[in-house]
Ligand binder design. Structure first.
Ligand SMILES: [Zn+2]
Length: 116
């Protein structure tokens, strides 16, 4: 099973970096969890976010956030529209399902019409 967090939205923040104090280097990324297995493909509602400074190449963790970053993050989080969650069954899954249904059907037929 392949689980990936795919970037859905990236915003540049006009805040000072808590590490190097430069302005305009911070970028906030929203990522959503995608699952790709043998039987199905699915978009989950699980969202990850991350703030990275392009200037000093460091990840800015929530504990380091200033009040300004907190405010901008809250705003961006509310404005963020995640992809609708969905699950698509793959061909293999449909084959298994059809097979199970066929067996059940045969079993029911055998019960109803034992002389057949
Ligand atoms: Zn920085």
């Amino acid at each position: 099973m392949d689980i990936q967090f795919i970037t859905i939205k990236k915003v540049t923040l006009n805040n000072n970096c808590p590490e190097c104090y430069c302005i305009g280097g911070l970028s906030l990324t929203f990522k959503q969890k995608f699952i790709n297995s043998k039987l199905y493909k699915s978009i989950s509602s699980e969202i990850k976010h991350e703030i990275v400074c392009k200037n000093c190449n460091s990840t800015i963790y929530p504990v380091q956030w200033t009040d300004d970053i907190d405010r901008v993050f809250e705003y961006q989080r509310k404005a963020f529209i995640p992809k609708t969650t969905s699950t698509y069954l793959k061909k293999t899954a449909w084959i298994i399902i059809s097979f199970v249904i066929a067996i059940l059907f045969a079993a029911i037929l055998a019960l109803i019409l034992p002389n057949l």
